[in-house]
Design a protein around this ligand. Structure first.
Ligand code: ZN
Length: 160
């Protein structure tokens, strides 16, 4: 290692990088210890940088595997798209079905539920505690609460 500086070291660095050596510079390097050292260090650094670039490139197998994986993911997403749409529409369909059922057959359902609720001992206790006019309202409220709960569960499961 030499401690002497040479004014042409920058030229040597540029020539190392470009690979183009003017005749006078090549002649100078053959005679100058400092420039020979700059040339040797630049060569070692260039080899290290080139080796690092080659190591970071993915192999053909990696590229192929990633492309296959991505294609599978896209095919899966394409295949699941109609099911996802159906899952999102399920709560709405359930709500429409329940409303239609209540509009078309609500009076029959309500009388059946009231009859069932008052037929056993719990129903009779309920009737003794609250006025009979509140029982249908309570049943409808419980049914709507259950529906909201089911719609919420369906929405949570659809977002998975
Ligand atoms: Zn020199």
């Amino acid at each position: 290692m030499t401690d002497d500086l040479c004014p042409r070291e920058a030229e040597v660095l540029r020539a190392c990088e470009s690979g183009m050596w003017p005749a006078d510079l090549a002649d100078h390097v053959s005679r100058c210890d400092a420039c020979r050292e700059v040339q040797a260090v630049a060569r070692v650094l260039r080899e290290a940088v080139d080796a690092e670039d080659a190591a970071q490139l993915p192999t053909a197998h990696d590229i192929w595997w990633r492309a296959q994986w991505q294609a599978r993911q896209e095919a899966r997403a394409r295949a699941m798209r109609p099911l996802d749409r159906m899952e999102r529409a399920e709560p709405l369909v359930a709500l429409v079905a329940v409303v239609a059922l209540l509009v078309l057959r609500g009076d029959v359902l309500l009388s059946q539920l009231t009859g069932w609720a008052t037929s056993n001992s719990t129903g009779q206790v309920l009737q003794a505690v609250m006025p009979p006019a509140l029982l249908p309202v309570l049943l409808v409220g419980a049914g709507l609460g259950a529906l909201v709960f089911l719609v919420g569960i369906g929405a949570v499961l659809a977002n998975d």
